[in-house]
Unconditional design. Structure first.
Lengths: 190, 214
């Protein structure tokens, strides 16, 4: 082993990395890695601006799908902290064959859409694993907060779950991953 | 049931469960906070000038526009100028603004007392900006977010008890002050000044969750 000097080790590392890359792609190891979002279906990170009526189409019970609607904003610290848990939930799909579909509803001001919300959604890869991102531009919140849930005071983060059965569950607080899993399991229970 | 409860240990257990159930119902009730018509408690909170502010010291006031707000929250910031305007318009008519920051600066460093002083200076707040360091007042009132308004009215018939007359949003448009249609707080105060009950006594708006101590 002592004959293996630093340069040799570095060389072997390089060769191994190249082999690893070649196994994944038909190109040489100088080929830059494509971003994960550009694979398979070439999902574009879109953020749709919706009014309340349009949002309601996302709130309907869907067969074989558990809808999770998360209300957040880019500058909201507890919201941003829990976003990866929703992404993980969608990646792990713990309730199969029932699919968990997450919709991230940004409550940022509409003028922040291009400057802040779109770049944030792209950077955080909110669309990865099938996440949908909306920006809600629905006018007077007093007219629609209760229609999401009577239990919602208006503070964010807040999350609404809709089961295929039509059962709904609402929480005005942030989740840990375990709490989120318990939330979807409770939603799944008839 | 009858036979099982005859065992003394089980009876003790049943009694304990009842006590626990009662205690949790009491605490759950307290967490709900005030609703319209509740009598609000006074407080002694530290102002940005280092002095302590209590509502009882405002002997000439007819009531108060208590607003839970903070430095960092974009929704709260969007309302700063409107809160200043509210105070300028209604303090002379007996309804001064009392702003309270309930956030734990350990969680949201921008909401520290030092930053409150700076923000008040930058915006030339004409009203007290108090720090609810223990979060006791926000909890008792039932505030959940910033901004969150509690309009209080002194009831002279009941020894100046501070009755909650309105809870909720300042108006119906956070994003654009020029597009506001209903100024909820102003409408409520106008009704109180006429000796009437406000037509709208509670509203909801999106706000930043209060950063509770962990």
């Amino acid at each position: 082993m002592n004959t293996f000097n630093y340069r040799q080790r570095l060389w072997w590392c390089f060769v191994l990395v190249c082999i690893a890359h070649l196994m994944n792609t038909p190109f040489a190891c100088t080929q830059p890695r494509k971003p994960a979002t550009a694979t398979a279906n070439a999902i574009q990170p879109t953020v749709h601006v919706v009014n309340f009526e349009q949002l309601q189409s996302y709130l309907q019970p869907q067969r074989d799908t558990l809808n999770i609607i998360n209300f957040w904003a880019t500058w909201c610290k507890p919201c941003v902290e829990e976003l990866p848990y929703f992404q993980r939930l969608q990646r792990e799909q713990p309730l199969l064959p029932t699919v968990i579909a997450v919709t991230f509803v940004s409550l940022d001001f509409k003028r922040a859409l291009e400057r802040t919300v779109r770049p944030f959604a792209a950077k955080r890869e909110l669309h990865k694993h099938g996440g949908r991102v909306l920006l809600l531009d629905a006018g007077n919140p007093n007219a629609w907060i209760d229609r999401i849930s009577k239990d919602w005071s208006g503070a964010i983060p807040a999350t609404l779950g809709i089961a295929p059965t039509g059962k709904t569950l609402f929480k005005e607080a942030s989740f840990t991953y375990d709490e989120l899993k318990a939330f979807v399991q409770q939603l799944q229970t008839p | 049931m009858k036979t099982t409860l005859q065992h003394p240990t089980l009876r003790l257990l049943a009694a304990l469960m009842l006590v626990v159930a009662w205690l949790s119902s009491v605490s759950a009730h307290a967490a709900d906070g005030y609703s319209v018509g509740s009598v609000a408690r006074d407080f002694s909170l530290k102002n940005i000038d280092g002095k302590t502010v209590s509502l009882k010291n405002y002997t000439d006031a007819k009531g108060f526009i208590v607003i839970f707000t903070c430095n960092h929250c974009p929704y709260a910031k969007a309302y700063e100028d409107r809160i200043i305007a509210l105070h300028k318009a209604y303090a002379p008519q007996g309804y001064p603004v009392i702003a309270i920051n309930p956030n734990d600066p350990k969680i949201q460093p921008q909401d520290s007392f030092e930053n409150m002083i700076q923000r008040a200076k930058d915006k030339a707040f004409p009203f007290p900006y108090l720090f609810d360091e223990t979060q006791e007042i926000a909890k008792t009132y039932g505030a959940t977010k910033t901004p969150h308004v509690y309009l209080l009215k002194k009831n002279t018939a009941t020894n100046n008890a501070l009755e909650v007359a309105y809870i909720g949003a300042i108006d119906d448009n956070t994003d654009d002050a020029s597009a506001v249609k209903e100024k909820y707080v102003e409408l409520a105060i106008a009704a109180l000044l006429k000796g009437q009950t406000p037509a709208i006594t509670s509203t909801k708006a999106i706000g930043c969750s209060i950063k509770w101590k962990k």
